[in-house]
Ligand binder design. Structure first.
Ligand SMILES: [Zn+2]
Ligand SMILES: [Zn+2]
Length: 333
């Protein structure tokens, strides 16, 4: 199978199709998405070598559970032991021995096939297309904000960051009826949020304060920006991960009695439901779709500043990649 491997740089390699053991499923990947975390991994965010990637949709080719075979699925990225006190306490995502697909100790999905425990898989409803389903993992991360923080209907919310995660997280909160303002640095990307009915502003132009600030900048400066915008007794939710931190004076957090919440992966079922109901729009977030034999080029494209979601299509062996509607670029090979 084809795979994009990170080891002293990124390389497309040919390797054997993996084998499954008890309780696992072999999934034939149809579409995969490149995430900022993948880029951070190649910059040393985690000491990881192996197949990259953690956002995918695919079809189960082999599994212990015969009912799963042939099903179109998405997969949660965290592989837990199921036995440690944290797992037994109901927090498998924070398992003491946790592995994360394409990030930490578990082969990723930028390959024709990926193996995951069956319990990580969620069947995709027929009405949700591959182009939507490939966004379930990052959308679930957006939904996690509501899982962790009680955002009252009257709360005003700011999402800092007009990138992939910011636009998904903002949509998830907006779908709950809140007034959401998306702050960013790119007029074209802010326009996507505006078209979906949200307020938008350039970061530098925003002088208001709000109840809840969600940092999706992917940047150490996001926390400082968030501190300047949160009301006393308000909440800051941090969703950015990066290798290099920055010094920060946390006094405003103390003075204003601000609650800070770290937020990472989220629940897949509500994310799938939001896609099924059409409450979340994904097409405008697709920057480009590359065929699988152009994975290195796809990654390079995803690394360009301000890039939205770059997808890898594994269904085309050679030739032109499948494309959908929206503002995405059509790529022909
Ligand atoms: Zn991701
Ligand atoms: Zn565990």
């Amino acid at each position: 199978m084809r795979a994009l491997v990170f080891k002293d740089g990124l390389r497309e390699v040919d390797m054997p199709i993996p084998e499954i053991t008890m309780g696992q499923a072999l999934v034939r990947v149809t579409l995969a998405g490149i995430c900022n975390t993948d880029i951070e991994v190649t910059r040393g965010y985690f000491a990881y070598t192996g197949i990259m990637g953690h956002e995918f949709v695919g079809v189960v080719e082999d599994a212990d559970d015969p009912d799963l075979i042939g099903k179109r699925v998405v997969g949660e990225i965290n592989v837990s032991c199921g036995e440690c006190p944290t797992c037994r306490g109901g927090n498998p995502r924070h398992c003491e021995h946790v592995k994360a697909m394409g990030i930490n100790g578990w082969p990723g999905c930028f390959a024709d096939y990926v193996v995951l425990p069956e319990c990580n898989l969620h069947v995709v409803p027929d009405s949700v297309s591959d182009h939507q389903a490939v966004f379930v993992e990052p959308l679930a991360a957006g939904v996690e904000v509501m899982e962790q923080v009680h955002i009252r209907p009257s709360d005003e919310v700011v999402v800092i960051g007009d990138g992939k995660l910011g636009l998904l997280t903002a949509q998830a909160i907006h779908a709950c009826g809140n007034r959401v303002t998306v702050l960013g640095k790119h007029v074209e990307k802010l326009q996507i949020a505006r078209d979906l009915g949200m307020d938008v502003s350039l970061v530098a132009d925003f002088v208001d304060t709000v109840d809840v600030v969600v940092d999706c900048t992917g940047n150490p400066s996001g926390m400082e920006t968030a501190m300047a915008m949160v009301r006393p007794k308000g909440t800051i939710v941090l969703k950015s991960t990066f290798k290099q931190g920055a010094p920060l004076n946390l006094t405003p957090i103390v003075r204003n009695e601000v609650t800070c919440v770290g937020s990472r992966c989220g629940p897949f079922p509500p994310a799938l439901r939001l896609l099924e109901t059409g409450a979340i729009v994904t097409e405008p977030l697709i920057e480009a779709i590359y065929p699988a034999h152009q994975m290195e080029a796809a990654f390079e494209r995803a690394c360009t500043r301000g890039s939205l979601k770059v997808l890898i299509d594994f269904t085309c062996s050679q030739g032109s990649g499948e494309v959908g509607a929206g503002k995405m670029e059509r790529l022909h090979f």
